[in-house]
Design a protein around this ligand. Structure first.
Ligand SMILES: [Zn+2]
Length: 315
């Protein structure tokens, strides 16, 4: 697996970054299997980060359950370096100064503007668009709204150029953020930093150079790489987008199963190895579910992706 992401002496650092806005479910476990499996196969460090930038929805009891679930399943993180954590916990909500500093840097570039459009207004202007996500049309770009006006969001002008990156599992990807999302929202009208902004600032701050995450955010990778570059740090970030967990009929996992909290199964005294096996099977890593431990994951991931890589010319 080391061959996937280079053989240099550089420490490979990846992260698992759940949002404490609910309990972990089987989909999170599948994601953790990929993060720890790939990381341990590549001798990488895994940082655990609580993505609690949405302060209105995050709860400390969810966070406590996440810690307990991960420990129960055997996923041990490497938050041992004082640069990354206080008491081994890194929370976005503790990093306000870093977000402010990155935002100031972007404002100084002269490409940030204020926008007071509501989602409804943007939707109305995009009625004819048949896109997968809502694209902002640049309406406020030349309106000169003061950045410190009340109830405004802050957007960053995004170029119309095509962006390319090589995903470790999916191969070369081409994305044009200007056509996908338009000018990037950094901070919303309620003063909350957006996911795209917060995740990039955090990855840069923590020295993350391998991002392992689900295909559901593949579409946002081009804009994040571009933003990281604007902030002076897209140097050699590798991406591995893993498949999403599916039901037995090949459809997305049912809401009922996704809503089934790992915490309740832990508290019911289930065997964590059984749950790990279920998640691995649901995400296509095992032909049939069987009890599985975290120690088996590097071999499972290496075998699976080296075998696939030969057939698709990728990894
Ligand atoms: Zn606007």
């Amino acid at each position: 697996m080391n061959a996937l992401i280079g053989n240099g002496p550089k420490t490979i650092i990846t992260r698992f970054a759940p949002s404490p806005t609910g309990y972990l479910h089987l989909g999170h476990v599948a994601s953790a299997i990929f993060v720890w499996g790939v990381a341990r196969a590549a001798s990488a460090r895994v940082l655990l980060r609580m993505e609690d930038h949405d302060l209105g929805r995050c709860r400390r009891d969810y966070e406590e359950a996440i810690f307990a679930d991960l420990a129960w399943l055997g996923f041990a993180h490497d938050n041992t370096d004082f640069r990354f954590a206080v008491n081994s916990t890194y929370r976005q909500s503790d990093a306000g100064a870093h977000f402010e500093s990155a935002l100031s840097e972007l404002i100084a570039s002269g490409q940030v503007y204020a926008c007071n459009c509501s989602r409804q207004e943007i939707l109305l202007r995009n009625r004819s668009a048949n896109a997968e996500e809502l694209r902002y049309d640049g309406y406020c770009r030349t309106r000169g709204i003061p950045l410190d006006a009340p109830d405004v969001g802050l957007r960053l002008q995004i170029p119309t150029t095509e962006l390319r990156f090589d995903d470790l599992r999916l191969g070369m990807q081409t994305q044009t953020p200007a056509l996908q999302c338009g000018d990037l929202l950094l901070k919303d009208r309620h003063g909350q930093y957006t996911y795209n902004f917060a995740v990039v600032v955090d990855d840069l701050r923590q020295g993350i150079n391998l991002v392992i995450r689900g295909e559901d955010v593949l579409h946002a990778t081009g804009r994040q790489l571009w933003l990281a570059d604007k902030l002076g740090g897209s140097d050699a970030i590798s991406y591995f987008h893993h498949p999403l967990i599916m039901g037995s009929n090949g459809q997305k996992l049912s809401k009922r199963l996704l809503a089934s909290a790992i915490a309740s199964r832990r508290l019911a005294g289930e065997d964590p190895r059984v749950l790990l096996g279920e998640a691995a099977q649901a995400v296509g890593l095992l032909a049939a579910a069987r009890p599985l431990t975290v120690l088996e994951l590097p071999q499972l991931l290496s075998t699976h992706f080296l075998k696939r890589g030969r057939s698709n010319g990728g990894i």
